[in-house]
Design a protein around this ligand. Structure first.
Ligand code: PRX
Length: 658
């Protein structure tokens, strides 16, 4: 991880508004009031083995009990619930059938084109069993990695649960990633099969998916991939390669609706999900079965204070961790009704979100600050046209939420009487780490408030010493927790170095740090300030600046590139690229478009630079390191401050300024 300077709080936010939970919310809540939360926190801290062990016994089904709660003998490589055997697909399906909830709605799905499909727990169980049997027929065995490259259709969730049912880890690749990005992930994960669709609908257009899979697999570039299972969604003409490609509708319907869930070792891999880091290619974050299941289950139950009658909707895509934990596994493990929506607000239906809430009487709504800011900009007239009175709780995830957006969300969408939960977490943490609890926490706009029970979060300096109240520092977790990532796929050194060795306490202890800066106020509230490494957050999508730089540099015209994030009212951050060209190449509008398209092809549309600035040279230190801090200031139109004495050539800065 590269950090150029210590964290500085750029604007010390003075936020005095505070919203205590209403008596009604507290009375009905599972965790009632601060004293109950505090009791849980104290218990978890003083007796973690009992806290986690009892939770695991109470909340999950075990084929075989575990004999040790946590093995931390080889840190940072944790083993949770050692010796136990469970199955997340069983926990999400079978046990609800046995508890008499087979006829309860498990998934309500609405497509962008308006069709609605519903699955009871019984129906979902049958579909998952059929798909699991089909995967077995295709030769998939326990331990084989299956990649998913799918639109937001029920078959995506069904496939995830089918994989976990037979112990085949899945690796979901967001459908907005390009063929190149897909290929990297297939190769790195050594995927045995890909589940995809002909295409998907997005913002009134059709996105091709199967052609991108063909492209990724071309020239035998992913030799491990033997089979491609294809869902029909958009009805486009696509090519099917005999022997390799099979239509979902040709294979699944005839399968048996029974497929016993395989007892899976607690520490067997459940999934690998690729995410961006400071350096190199995206890394495969590995999550294992029992610990992840418990953490997704518990956090979902606590934070959304879920009740049997709730219709819960998270607007994420299953391609991201939020979709894994809070569309599929958390809700289904709790036997809740989870709504999946294929669409997003779009020209033909700008009020799509509010329409869905009204139509399905959604009671819990979980979305990203970017979406809220976009609606804020167009005004309350639009949401005011819809009946949103079914809502009882609203949440946000993915990026810092500014207090204005928080207030707007609370007032306009929540009608001033829904608790707002701003949840901080990461792909690596498996589930939420810092969040208000509806019956407990007095919320402050813009603060994720307090760590959940069992999570020892802190704000520290580079030696791991807690900083004073209101001083900026690194957001860290001091103790292992069940949902923590176990390693980086194929690179345990990278896991150790990037997450556990960045903060260096004098006593040699290990502390988890994954890149965010934060401060804690005098009342103990956490205020997450965003990434302090070379990761940027664009509309809640996490991207490594180096990934975008490598994409740019891979173009023949580009000599060097430096990418930085610039604050953006709507997207949180926008991507600005400073590019120097090869000798003899002239900058032009055409080249600009070419480079933007090149990045789209290398990574995907989400990585498209908002601005490319051609320059003769980049500001570098005498040792040749690009001074991104200066570029960040320039990109955001700020005066360059701080030390510039290490610059090799100060005139570069003047030229860039002009
Ligand atoms: O910078 C933090 C930001 O999103 C990063 C994690 O991104 P990803 O792994 O893609 O997971 C996103 C969904 C959990 C974090 O390092 N982030 C996430 N939630 C918040 C946040 N920043 C501030 N407040 C949040 N609530």
């Amino acid at each position: 991880m590269t950090l150029e300077s210590d964290i500085k709080i750029e604007s010390v936010l003075q936020e005095d508004r505070i919203f205590p939970p209403s008596t009604e919310v507290t009375e009905k809540a599972r965790i009632k009031g601060f004293h109950e939360y505090k009791k849980m926190v104290d218990y978890a801290n003083s007796n973690p083995d009992d806290f986690w062990g009892n939770s695991a016994k109470e909340e999950l089904h075990w084929f075989e009990p575990f004999n040790k709660v946590l093995d931390w003998s080889d840190p940072p490589f944790a083993k949770w619930f050692v010796g136990g055997k469970t199955n997340i697909s069983y926990n999400c399906l079978d046990r609800h059938l046995q508890n008499g909830n087979g006829d309860k709605q498990a998934i309500i799905w609405e497509g962008e084109t308006g069709e609605i499909r519903r699955f009871t727990y019984k129906e979902l169980h049958s579909e998952v069993c059929k798909t699991a049997n089909a995967l077995k027929e295709l030769g998939i065995k326990k331990g084989d990695l299956v990649a998913l490259y799918m639109p937001m259709v029920p078959e995506a969730a069904i496939s995830m649960l089918a994989c976990s049912r037979i112990g085949a880890p899945h690796s979901v690749v967001f459908g907005g990633f390009s063929a190149e990005a897909l290929r990297d992930r297939l190769v790195d994960g050594e995927a045995k099969a890909v589940i995809t669709a002909d295409g998907g609908f997005r913002k009134d257009k059709i996105i091709s998916l199967k052609p991108a899979v063909d492209d990724a697999l071309s020239n035998n570039s992913c030799p491990t991939v033997q089979k491609v299972l294809v869902v029909r969604r958009t009805n486009e003409n696509i090519e099917m390669q005999p022997g390799r490609d099979i239509w979902w509708h040709d294979l699944i319907p005839s399968q048996s609706t029974e497929c016993p869930a395989l007892p899976i070792d607690s520490e067997d891999r459940l999934f690998v999900l690729y995410t961006s880091g400071s350096t190199g290619k995206p890394k495969g974050v590995v999550h294992t079965t029992a610990g992840y299941n418990l953490w997704a289950h518990l956090t979902f139950k606590w934070i959304f204070d879920i009740r049997s009658e709730d219709i819960y909707w998270c607007t994420a895509d299953v391609g991201w961790i939020t979709g894994h934990s809070y569309i599929v596994y958390g809700p289904l493990s709790n036997g809740s009704t989870t709504l999946m929506y294929e669409g997003v607000p779009r020209p033909s239906n700008p009020g799509a979100f509010w329409d869905v809430i009204q139509k399905h009487s959604v009671s819990i709504f979980y979305t990203a600050p970017t979406a809220i800011r976009a609606f804020m900009k167009t005004g309350r007239e639009l949401p005011d046209k819809y009946d949103l009175s079914s809502l009882r709780l609203i949440g946000t995830v993915g990026e810092p939420i500014n207090p204005e957006a928080w207030m707007w969300y609370r007032d306009v969408i929540g009608g001033k009487n829904c608790p707002v939960v701003d949840t901080w977490w990461q792909t690596e943490t498996g589930g939420v780490m810092i969040s208000p609890l509806p019956g407990v926490t007095s919320t402050k706009p813009g603060s994720a408030t307090f760590p959940l029970p069992g999570i020892q979060a802190d704000v520290v300096d580079s030696e791991g010493i807690s900083v004073r109240d209101n001083e900026g520092g690194y957001l860290v977790i001091r103790k292992p927790w069940p949902g923590m990532m176990r390693t980086v796929h194929g690179d345990s050194n990278r896991f150790r170095e990037s997450y556990w060795e960045f903060i260096k306490p004098k006593d040699g202890s290990l502390i988890y740090f994954a890149g965010d800066g934060a401060r804690r106020d005098s009342q103990g509230y956490f205020w997450v300030m965003g990434r302090v490494d070379d990761v940027i957050n664009v509309s809640g999508h996490r991207l490594g600046t180096m990934e975008i730089e490598s994409a740019l540099v891979s173009h023949q015209s580009v000599s060097e590139a430096a990418v930085v994030g610039r604050p953006d009212d709507l997207k949180g951050e926008a991507i600005v690229a400073f590019v120097t060209l090869e000798n003899g190449v002239e900058s032009s509008d055409l080249l600009l478009t070419t480079l933007v398209n090149h990045v789209k092809a290398e990574i995907g549309v989400i990585a498209k630079p908002d601005k490319i600035i051609f320059t003769d040279a980049l500001p570098k230190t005498r040792s040749g390191k690009i001074m991104r801090r200066l570029l960040r200031s320039l990109a955001s139109g700020k005066e360059v401050s701080g030390d510039t004495s290490t610059l090799e050539d100060v005139s570069v800065l003047d030229k860039l300024r002009n």
